[in-house]
Write a protein that binds this ligand. Structure first.
Ligand SMILES: Nc1ncnc2c1ncn2[C@@H]1O[C@H](COP(=O)(O)OP(=O)(O)OP(=O)(O)O)[C@@H](O)[C@H]1O
Ligand SMILES: [Mg+2]
Length: 145
């Protein structure tokens, strides 16, 4: 199963968002990068919670808005969950070790990647979540460059 098999998807309720994330998590490979585009409340963290479920991780998953990055260990892959929402300058991320996170054998997930798109490597899977008919939809998109 690849993202192309799973998307586009109509997500009628929160559980559908979790299930899509779960499928993405099950098929995720070490070194992968997932960029989650979408407005406030679009479902980026919910999708990430599903990814963690698919990786067999049972801990808490919230937007790392203030810490910028949250590391989850214990699932099939380590996950480095970033939120660029409050990042004003790219150097804040490079100082935090962005390049090292990309080199580690884990999965990188980024909320608000469109604020600093140049940091995302070419192999990044870009997914856009949007409000749609009372629920959400998810689409594969091109990098916003
Ligand atoms: N498919 C869906 N249909 C309806 N509600 C959903 C769906 N998916 C997620 N939600 C709900 O949307 C709300 C916001 O979701 P979430 O926190 O994941 O958004 P977010 O994109 O991470 O927002 P932020 O930009 O603030 O971090 C949650 O209450 C969640 O349950
Ligand atoms: Mg969020």
């Amino acid at each position: 199963m690849t993202p192309t098999d799973l998307l586009p998807a109509r997500l009628t309720d929160e559980e559908a968002t979790l299930a899509l994330g779960e499928a993405l998590g099950k098929s995720a490979l070490a070194g992968g990068v997932i960029a989650l585009v979408g407005d406030l409340g679009a479902g980026k963290t919910t999708l990430t919670q599903g990814v963690m479920r698919g990786l067999g991780y049972s801990g808490e998953v919230t937007s790392p808005t203030f810490s910028l990055v949250q590391e989850y260990q214990g699932g099939r892959l380590a996950v480095f969950h970033f939120d660029f929402y409050r990042v004003e300058h790219e150097h804040e991320l490079t100082e935090l070790g962005w390049d090292d996170y990309l080199e580690r054998e884990g999965l990188v997930v980024v909320e608000w990647p469109g604020l600093h798109p140049d940091l995302l490597p070419p192999e990044t899977v870009w997914i856009e979540l949007s409000h749609y008919e009372g629920g959400r939809r998810a689409d594969l998109i091109n990098p916003p460059r």
